[in-house]
Design a protein around this ligand. Structure first.
Ligand code: SF4
Length: 366
C-alpha cells in the first residue's frame, strides 16, 4: 500500500454518470487490481479474489510490450455466457431478447391452462442464466415429473421447441409438446425463394438424396462436428451446368443439404405441416395466456428488479412471487357450486370389493 493508493481508495470510489478521464481511470484501476492480485499470498485467495482475477482477464490484456491495457474489440471479447457483468453478482449475464437488454437472469414460468373457467395455477418456475430457452425445458419436465404435475400436452413458444425436444419429451415423459418448430435458417427460407431442403427427396434406406432437377447426391456423410446432422453433397459436374443453379447454390460450390436422423426428420416435417392446420393453431393459441402471467410477474411484482445476488437467491424471489400469484388467483376464484363427497377410505373400498354393505347414509349419492 503506498500513498497513491491511499489517495485513490482511502474513500469509497464513486463514479459520476460522466466521469472525468474515463480511459485513464480505467487503465489505472486495471493496473491497481493487477498489482493487488500479483502481491496476494496464495493463502489469501478465495472466491472474491478469483472473481477479481476473472474480471481482469476478461477486460484487460498484457500487450507485446508487457503493458497492461483494456481490451479493445479487435483483441476479442469473452463469450456472453462467460462474461462477468457485475462485481456484485458474478453469476449475472448480459441478455438480449428482441429490443430488450438487461443484466441478470431469465425466469421461465409454467402454468395450467385446462379451461377458461378453471383457475390457472403456476406449477413451475425456473431461473436460469440468459441461455437458450430450450435448455430450460428438460429441467422443467424433470421437476414437474418429481411433483407428479406433468401435463399430457405442454404448450410452448418457438424458443422451447426443436425436433430433438419433441422427441425427448414424448420418449422420457410421454408429453406431447405443442409449439412451432423454427424454419431452417437457409437463405432460401429467409428470402422465400429457391429450393429449400423440403424440395429435395431423401431416401434414408439407399442413403441418397434427389434434387428437384432429378440429380442424385454424390456423397452422404455424418461429420462429427455437425452431429446429429447428416450432410449430403452434390457434385460440381451436376450443379455447374444446371439451369436452376442460382435458385439452389451460392458461389462456386455445389449444393449441400443437411438434415436430422430419420425419426427426427420425420417428426420435424410432421410438425411443420401441422403448424398450418387451423385446429393445431387454435390449440397452440391457449399458450398466449401465460403472457398475462409474465406481465403479472413484471408489472404486479416487479420481477425485473432482482432483490438478491446470485441465481439461487433470485430463484427464491421468483418462487415466492409465483406463490403470491397462485394465492391471489385462488382467493379470487369463485368456490365450486357443489360440494364433492369425501373419497372412500381403504377400508370402505375393501368392504365394497367383498360385497359387504356399510352404513353410508351421510354420503351424497350412496
Ligand atoms: S444446382 Fe445441383 S442440386 Fe440444385 S437443382 Fe441443380 S443439379 Fe440439383
Amino acid at each position: 500500500m503506498d500513498a497513491d493508493w491511499a489517495k485513490r481508495y482511502g474513500r469509497p470510489v464513486r463514479l459520476a454518470s460522466q466521469p472525468s478521464h474515463p480511459a485513464a481511470r480505467l487503465k489505472q484501476a486495471g493496473a491497481d487490481a493487477y498489482r493487488f492480485l500479483d502481491r496476494l499470498p496464495p493463502t489469501a485467495r478465495g472466491p472474491r479474489v478469483e472473481a477479481l482475477r476473472q474480471i481482469i482477464v476478461q477486460n484487460f490484456l498484457i500487450d507485446t510490450r508487457g503493458c497492461l491495457r483494456p481490451r479493445a474489440d479487435k483483441d476479442g471479447q469473452p463469450r456472453g455466457a462467460l462474461r462477468i457483468v457485475s462485481p456484485y453478482d458474478i453469476e449475472a449475464r448480459r441478455a438480449i431478447r428482441g429490443d430488450t437488454r438487461w443484466s441478470g437472469y431469465l425466469v421461465h414460468v409454467t402454468e395450467t391452462c385446462d379451461s377458461d373457467d378453471s383457475v390457472h395455477l403456476i406449477t413451475d418456475v425456473a431461473t436460469t442464466g440468459p441461455t437458450r430457452d430450450s435448455q430450460a425445458l428438460p429441467g422443467i419436465h424433470k421437476r414437474l415429473h418429481a411433483r407428479r404435475l406433468l401435463p399430457a400436452e405442454h404448450l410452448v413458444d418457438g424458443g422451447y421447441t426443436s425436433a430433438a425436444l419433441l422427441d425427448r419429451s414424448a420418449r422420457d415423459h410421454q408429453i406431447q409438446l405443442f409449439g412451432p418448430v423454427k424454419a431452417s435458417g437457409s437463405w432460401q427460407e429467409k428470402q422465400q425463394t429457391g429450393f429449400t431442403r423440403e424440395a429435395f427427396s431423401i431416401d434414408f434406406d439407399r442413403r441418397r438424396v434427389t434434387c428437384p432437377n432429378g440429380e442424385t447426391s454424390e456423397r452422404w456423410f455424418e461429420p462429427p462436428a455437425m452431429a446429429p446432422y447428416t450432410v449430403v453433397r452434390f457434385a460440381a459436374r451436376q450443379c455447374d451446368p444446371c439451369p436452376d443453379r442460382s435458385l439452389c447454390a451460392k458461389g462456386t460450390s455445389a449444393r449441400t443439404v443437411n438434415f436430422l436422423p430419420r425419426h427426427l426428420h420425420e417428426l420435424q416435417a410432421r410438425n411443420r405441416t401441422d403448424q398450418h392446420n387451423p385446429q393445431w393453431q387454435r390449440r397452440c393459441a391457449a399458450r398466449s395466456g401465460v403472457e398475462g402471467t409474465i406481465c403479472e410477474f413484471v408489472n404486479g411484482h416487479r420481477a425485473r428488479r432482482g432483490r438478491y445476488h446470485g441465481v439461487a437467491k433470485t430463484h427464491v424471489q421468483h418462487v415466492l412471487t409465483a406463490i403470491a400469484i397462485n394465492l391471489e388467483r385462488l382467493a379470487t376464484h369463485a368456490p365450486p357450486a357443489t360440494e364433492h363427497p369425501r373419497s372412500l377410505t381403504a377400508f370402505q373400498l375393501y368392504l365394497d370389493a367383498r360385497g359387504l354393505t356399510w352404513e353410508s347414509w351421510w354420503r351424497q349419492g350412496k
